[in-house]
Unconditional design. Sequence first.
Length: 116
Amino acid sequence: QVQLVESGGGLVQAGGSLRLSCLASGRTSSMDYMYWYRQAPGKGREYVAEIRRSDGHIDYADSVKGRFTISEDNAKNTVYLQMHNLTPADTAVYYCTAYGVGADYWGQGTQVTVSS
C-alpha cells in the first residue's frame, strides 16, 4: 500500500505561481512512476506530468509544457509540481498518483484556483 497526501493548492491570480507537494508513504520503493493529474469542474481527469523513477525521465501534457515542472526529492519521499504563469484554465483539483507492480494509488487532491 502507498499513501499520498497533496498540499500547496490555493487561490492565485493569473500569471502567478504555486508549488504543489505530494508526500508519499508506505511501499514507495515499489512505485515505478509518479504522476500529476488534474480535474477541472465538469470535466474528466487530465494528465499533467510524470516522472519515471528508475531514470528520472519526465514528460508533460502539451498544455503545461514550459510552465510546469515536476521533480522528486527521494530523501523526503516527496514529489513536487512547480507551476508558473498560471491561467484560469489551470483551475482544477490536482491529484498525485503513483503506479507500480500493477497497481495505482491516488491522493485526495488539492484545489488550485486561478482568478482572472
